[in-house]
Ligand binder design. Structure first.
Ligand SMILES: [Mn+2]
Length: 291
């Protein structure tokens, strides 16, 4: 069996090192605090992606994105700092050529090294985080590289962070970051009270410079995506998330993205399929952003 690649496209395009888009599988699972399985996420998303239709019903056009699938980064036997360095190195190699990298996790700990590479290659100014959790802890479970610290490590890089869909944070995260306005949070509860698109305009208004988009799959409600490390009730819908992405890629220079924290559940395919569909939609919206 050949290694799975993203979307049911021409295998020659999936192997083309000059395709403008690339998918980077990151089966990293190290600092899990609750449910496990994120190490299986990338392979499950790639398999599920072959069930995504060859026609984008929102854009009303064939799935025509040219995307190479890179080999997964191997993490066996590497320390946390070594794993972070390996991710940054591969991402930097691709971004240096101005390619759009869509990374597939793996736990959210993979994001800071991706953002670091994107800062060097594109001068990223803002990380747009879609997530149930703020991920602003300085350390968690004894590690500064925990999934629960992903946005805090991005702040260390000097970029702004904008958090969308949040419904869980610690008292310290709230007191130190959110209450004093050091970062901008769009709470899931507030998004749900807005039946129009004012909240999307409000998110768009606070984004500056080149944008890196980090999507923790737990931003979705667990009734849609149960297969994730830390499911949290009250999450966003498919329409809310994809409408936001459509607006953001059209109004801002989104240069790279990740979809993380998919933890497949045996006997169910919905979580990885939603992730695959989201990846396809994101790349298609980006490719056709000026149409
Ligand atoms: Mn997260």
């Amino acid at each position: 069996m050949t290694a799975p690649f993203f979307l049911d496209i021409d295998p020659r395009i999936a192997a083309d090192p000059d395709a403008p888009y690339c998918v980077l599988p990151l089966p990293y699972e190290r600092t899990v605090s609750y449910g496990g399985g994120t190490g299986q996420g990338p392979a499950a998303i790639l398999r599920a992606s072959h069930e995504v239709e060859d026609f984008d019903e929102r854009l009303k056009r064939p799935l025509d994105v040219a995307v190479q699938t890179l080999p997964p980064v191997p993490f066996e036997g590497s320390s946390e700092p070594e794993a972070m360095a390996a991710i940054e190195q591969v991402a930097a190699r691709e971004m240096k050529r101005q390619r759009f990298v869509l990374a597939l996790g793996g736990e959210h700990a993979v994001t800071p090294p991706l953002v670091k590479a994107a800062c060097k290659a594109f001068g990223v100014k803002t990380v747009l985080q879609l997530d149930a959790h703020a991920d602003l802890r300085d350390a968690y479970g004894g590690s500064p590289n925990s999934h629960a610290c992903a946005m805090r490590r991005c702040r260390d890089l000097g970029v702004n962070t904008v958090h969308v869909g949040i419904r869980s944070c610690s008292a310290a995260e709230y007191r130190e970051w959110i209450e004093p306005g050091r970062t901008t949070v769009f709470w899931a509860a507030d998004i749900h009270t807005d039946t129009g698109s004012a909240w999307i305009d409000a998110v768009s208004a606070v984004l500056t410079g080149p944008v890196y988009c980090s999507i923790d799959i737990d931003v979705f409600d667990p009734s849609l995506v149960p297969g994730t490390g830390t499911p949290d009730p009250g999450g966003l819908t498919w329409q809310q998330v994809t409408r936001l992405i459509r607006t953001v890629v059209r109004r801002h220079n989104v240069v790279a993205a990740d979809i993380v924290e998919v933890a497949p559940i045996a006997g169910s395919q919905v979580s990885e399929f939603v992730a695959a569909r989201l990846g396809a939609r994101l790349l298609m919206e980006h490719l056709h952003r000026t149409d």
